[in-house]
Design a protein around this ligand. Structure first.
Ligand code: DAK
Length: 261
């Protein structure tokens, strides 16, 4: 499918790269881009062979510099609600993909851009990455889940400090507070993302999916119920050919060939 503001490529078998492609506006998210993001996520979700999704921005200046301010400026409250809901749905859909989703952040990830990265499972940043929730500069609070996902990831106090001051932080500080899990030289960002994606793509797909779902669902449950969820996921894996193949391969001292069944 051809998109106006996105590039969606299958870089290698099972490894998709989704690039927000409006570099002239620092990849800002307008309504068209949000619509296309929803379609692209659905396209990946529909491919049973999809194993990993890498999300990035075009150019070296920005991942995504936020929601499109020129488009937002004229919104009525009702339109703002629709815009926020549209953005929220995209973030939820991305989060719910049954495969790891990794944000590769070069340059600015501000406002809706930071929220897009937060909706991914984890973030790898280039040394030049800059993160922030500058919405209060514009007289609005974050609207695509930033108040919630940021607080869950870095803690309430750090999230509140960032959201209420609009302070922008560089990659090194983002690493220190746990917003990103790794910082790499800018020129190595895509290679690093591809290397991680290849590692994951070689594992048992059902196991990867069950693990992602257990971590995600478990975070909203108390420990006993979360562990019960894990038990169910663990047991389910024993109904798969991947479990038989994985264990047989270990005992036969060879690499496993997973089919995803
Ligand atoms: N929207 C639209 N255009 C943008 C943009 C944005 N967010 N960010 C940059 N651009 C455009 C600039 O206008 C400029 O366009 P031209 O003038 O060349 O036509 C071009 O990209 C290059 O930007 P600059 O010339 O400004 O580049 P600099 O290197 O000087 O500065 C910057 C880079 C990232 C520091 C600066 O562009 C900047 O501060 N950008 C805005 C960052 C920002 O405030 N982002 C947060 C947006 S608020 C809601 C749901 C969600 C949201 C809100 C409400 N609902 C409840 C309805 C989300 C809100 C946000 O994300």
């Amino acid at each position: 499918m051809a998109y106006q503001n996105l590039l969606l490529e299958q870089a290698e078998s099972g490894i998709y790269v989704l690039t927000v492609n409006r570099p002239q506006a620092l990849n800002a998210l307008n309504a068209t881009t949000l619509n296309e993001l929803a379609q692209a996520v659905a396209q990946v979700a529909a491919d049973a062979g999809a194993r990993v999704l890498l999300v990035t921005g075009a150019g070296d200046k920005a991942f995504v510099a936020g929601a499109d301010i020129s488009e937002m400026q004229q919104l009525t409250a009702t339109q703002a609600q629709a815009f926020s809901e549209q953005g929220m749905q995209v973030m939820h859909a991305l989060e719910a993909l049954p495969l790891p989703v990794i944000a590769l952040v070069q340059g600015y990830a501000l406002g809706g851009g930071c929220e897009l990265a937060l909706a991914c499972d984890w973030i790898i940043a280039s040394e030049r990455a800059v993160f922030g929730q500058p919405e209060v500069n514009l007289g609005i609070p974050p609207g695509f889940g930033g108040t919630q996902r940021l607080a869950r990831l870095v803690g309430r106090a750090r999230a509140l400090e960032l959201v209420t001051t609009a302070r922008q932080i560089k990659a090194e500080e983002a690493l220190a507070i746990g917003l990103v899990i790794q910082v790499v030289p800018a020129a190595q960002l895509r290679d690093r993302g591809m290397a991680v994606a290849r590692t994951i793509a070689a594992k048992g797909p059902v196991a990867v999916r069950l693990a992602k779902q257990a971590v995600q669902r478990g975070q909203d449950l108390d420990l006993a119920n979360a562990c019960a969820y894990e038990t169910a996921a663990f047991a389910l894996a024993f109904a798969t050919t991947d479990q038989q193949e994985g264990m047989r391969a270990f005992l036969e001292k060879r690499a496993a060939k997973f089919s995803g069944g």
